[in-house]
Ligand binder design. Structure first.
Ligand SMILES: [Zn+2]
Length: 252
């Protein structure tokens, strides 16, 4: 059996237009002409799962799945046919960045490796979700580390802190140090630096007692919120129960 075109596009890390998923033709970014690369709303490549074929509405590149794989690999169609029909190993296409995350990294964000599903779109969505979570996590870690770096008093304390963070994040500590120093004096700061400085300012200026009270108040608010949701859920349940009873009476 021939490989499936959507599967191949997914394995190659091509970006899907999520609004087109489940439709007859799935739209993706075109990896051949890249005419839609910097235009977030444009997806020029059309993938037809039924016909197992592709077509780009911009560069007109198109054909079946064999040609698709050949173009992606930069080889000939004959070469791809050989790989498929003689059961030869095919060169691995570029994997999704979420597939490259290590088990320990995923553990850090409380996730397990995305399980491959035949339904490539669900799989793809899970990969995107996983990677987004990982990026958010990295942003937070960096923000917190920079916030300490920014707020710590002595030079030695700053150096120790950067080393610790770099080790935890498997980064080069000298590069991190250079990046942090640059961010400190930058006119246009990256968002982790803006957030980190805000955090440092907050912790340097707030009275511990005041902070504790604020945190308790915040937790109280969250717990009240959940109580409200619980109550609402019960109301809805009662409502549906009554509705069902009434319907049932009508029938019987
Ligand atoms: Zn194209």
């Amino acid at each position: 059996m021939l490989p499936l075109i959507l599967d191949e596009a997914n394995k190659a890390g091509i970006e899907f237009n999520m609004y087109s998923t489940g439709k007859k033709e799935v739209r993706t970014k075109c990896p051949f002409c890249k005419a839609d690369a910097n235009r977030s709303e444009k997806f020029y490549l059309s993938l037809n799962a039924t016909k197992n074929a592709f077509k780009c509405w911009f560069c007109q590149e198109g054909g079946g799945v064999i040609k698709f794989i050949a173009l992606l690999q930069g080889t000939s169609e004959d070469e791809v046919k050989k790989q498929i029909f003689k059961g030869q190993e095919r060169p691995k296409p570029k994997a999704h960045p979420a597939e490259r995350l290590k088990k320990e990294q995923l553990q850090e964000i409380g996730l397990t490796p995305p399980k491959y599903q035949k339904d490539y779109l669900s799989y793809r969505r899970e990969l995107d979700h996983t990677y987004k979570r990982w990026q958010e996590h990295q942003h937070q870690e960096k923000r917190d580390a920079y916030s300490l770096f920014y707020g710590l008093e002595t030079k030695q304390a700053k150096i120790d802190m950067v080393r610790e963070y770099a080790k935890r994040a498997s980064l080069n500590s000298e590069e991190v140090m250079a990046e942090f120093v640059e961010a400190m004096f930058a006119h246009q700061k990256p968002s982790w630096a803006v957030d980190g400085e805000g955090l440092a300012y907050f912790f340097n200026h707030i009275d511990p007692q005041e902070f504790l009270e604020m945190a308790i108040g915040y937790l109280q608010e969250i717990s009240n919120h959940y109580k409200e949701i619980e109550q609402e859920k019960k109301l809805m349940e009662n409502y549906y129960k009554k509705l069902l009873e009434r319907q049932y009476k009508k029938i019987s």
